[in-house]
Write a protein that binds this ligand. Sequence first.
Ligand SMILES: Cc1cc2nc3c(=O)[nH]c(=O)nc-3n(C[C@H](O)[C@H](O)[C@H](O)COP(=O)(O)OP(=O)(O)OC[C@H]3O[C@@H](n4cnc5c(N)ncnc54)[C@H](O)[C@@H]3O)c2cc1C
Ligand SMILES: NC(=O)C1=CN([C@@H]2O[C@H](COP(=O)(O)OP(=O)(O)OC[C@H]3O[C@@H](n4cnc5c(N)ncnc54)[C@H](OP(=O)(O)O)[C@@H]3O)[C@@H](O)[C@H]2O)C=CC1
Ligand SMILES: O=C(O)C(=O)Cc1c[nH]c2ccccc12
Length: 413
Amino acid sequence: MSSTASVRHETIKRGSVWVNGPLIVGAGPSGLAVAACLKTQNVPFIILERAHCIASLWQNRTYDRLRLHLPKQFCHLPNLPFPGHFPQYPTRTQFVSYLESYAKRFGIKPRFGEAAIAGRYDGTCGMWRVSTGAGAEYICQWLVVATGENGERVVPEIEGLPEFGGEVVHASEYKSGAGYKGKKVLVVGCGNSGMEICLDLCQHNALPSMVVRDSVHVLPREVFGKSTFEMAVAMMNWLPLWLVDRILLILARLALGNTEKYGLKRPATGPFQLKKTKGKTPVLDIGTVEKIKSGKIKVVSGVNKFFHGEAELVDRRRLDVDAVILATGYRSNVHSWLQESEFFSKDGQTKTPFPDGWKGENGLYSVGFTRRGLSGVFSDAVRAAEDIGRIWKEERSQAKKFLAYRRRCNSQL
Ligand SMILES: Cc1cc2nc3c(=O)[nH]c(=O)nc-3n(C[C@H](O)[C@H](O)[C@H](O)COP(=O)(O)OP(=O)(O)OC[C@H]3O[C@@H](n4cnc5c(N)ncnc54)[C@H](O)[C@@H]3O)c2cc1C
Ligand SMILES: NC(=O)C1=CN([C@@H]2O[C@H](COP(=O)(O)OP(=O)(O)OC[C@H]3O[C@@H](n4cnc5c(N)ncnc54)[C@H](OP(=O)(O)O)[C@@H]3O)[C@@H](O)[C@H]2O)C=CC1
Ligand SMILES: O=C(O)C(=O)Cc1c[nH]c2ccccc12
C-alpha cells in the first residue's frame, strides 16, 4: 500500500494541476457548449485552448465572406438561441460574436495558449493525465475531447510544388480574392471551401481553375427558396436515406441542371449517405455552378506535378498558374496527443456512430465528432454534460455523507 502511494507520488509532477471536475480540451463551439451545460449544473471544469482566443477555426482560419451554410436553427449552441435579428445564414462575424457572448454569458474562461500535447489514462490512479505545450500537467477524472474534426489542415505533397515559385496557401489562410485580380489561380479541391473560394476569386476578377480529381455532390443551398438541408432533415423523419438522396438529386438536377456536363461527376453513393458513412460533406452551392457554366471558373482534372509557374494535370494538359490555393480539407488531431485506441479510430474520429459516440471508458468523452456539424455539437454537449453532472453529484453527495460520518465519529472519540 505504502509502496503504491510512493510510486504514485514519484510519477506525478510537482506542478501538476488536479482538476476539480472535467478537463475540456478545445474552446471551439464544442468546448464552449459542453462548458455552458456544465455551468448550468454548477459543475466546475477547466478548459484548455491552444490558440489565444475562443473558436480559433472561425476567427483565424476562415475567409471573410464565409457564412454558416445551414440555416441558423441548426447551428446554435445549447441554452442560448441566436439573436432574433440574425439572418437565416449568419455571417462568420455574427457567429463569432455569438460565441463571444456565449462564453461571457456562461462565464467560460479558457486557459489560452495551452495545447494538449500528450494525454493518457493512468490506470494506477484511475485518472487522465494531460500535458500541455506550456509545460503543465492536468490530472482529471473526466476528460472531454473537443478539439474538432478539423483540428489540422490537410496539405498534400504534390511533386514539384516546392519549385512552383508562386504563392501557395491553404484555404485556412485565404481571406479574400482582393489580392488576386487578373491572376491565374489554381484551387486544388472542390469541397465547400474550394467551391466558395473560386466564387470569391471570380467576384474579385481573378481567373480561377478548380481541380476536381474525382467526384463531388453539389446541391443547391436552396430549392424554391427553401433550405435543401432543412428539407432533407424533414424528409429523413419519414423516408429512408436512399430515398431522401434520390429526391435531393432530382431537385439538384432541376435547380442546377446536369452538372456532370461541366466536369462535376457525382459519386455513386447519394449525398447524405456519403456524409453519414464517409464524412464527406456535399457542397451547398451559392453561385459557383453558375460561374462554372459561364466559363468564369474552369474545372480541371487532378494535378500530376508542378513546374515553375505551371501545373501539369493528370490528363497531361499544362496550365499557366500564378498562385495555388490548397482547399484540400482538414483532419482531426486527436492521435497526435491522445494515447487511446478503443474509443477513437486511427483517423481521430470516434468509432461509435451518432448519436452514441460521445462517451468512452474511464471518464473519456468526445464532443463534436459526429460528422453532423453544429447540430451534432449540440447533441453531444448536452449528453456529455448531463452524464458528467449526474456522476459528479452522486460522488459529491457520497463524499458529503462520508465527511459527516467522519465528523460524527471524531466527536464521539
Ligand atoms: C470553413 C468551415 C465552415 C464550416 N461551416 C459550418 C456550418 O456552416 N455549419 C456547421 O454546422 N458546421 C460547419 N463547419 C464544421 C465545423 O467544424 C463546426 O461548425 C464547428 O467549428 C465544430 O466545432 P468544434 O469546437 O468541434 O471544432 P473547432 O471549431 O475546430 O474547435 C476546436 C478548438 O480546439 C482547439 N484545439 C485543437 N487542438 C487542440 C489541442 N491539442 N489542445 C488545445 N486546443 C486544441 C482549436 O484551436 C479550436 O479552437 C465548418 C467548418 C469549416 C472548416
Ligand atoms: N459554411 C460553409 O459555407 C462552409 C463549410 N465548410 C465545411 O468545412 C469542412 C471542410 O471543407 P473543405 O475545406 O472544403 O474540405 P473537404 O474535405 O470537404 O474537401 C477537400 C477537397 O480537397 C480534395 N483533395 C484533397 N487532397 C487532394 C489532392 N491531393 N489533389 C486534389 N484534390 C484533393 C478532396 O477531394 P476528394 O473528395 O477526391 O478527396 C475534396 O474535394 C466541410 O465539412 C465543409 O462543409 C467549408 C467551407 C465553407
Ligand atoms: O458544414 C459542415 O461541415 C457540416 O458538417 C454541416 C453539415 C452537416 N450535415 C450536412 C449535410 C450537408 C451539408 C452540410 C452538412
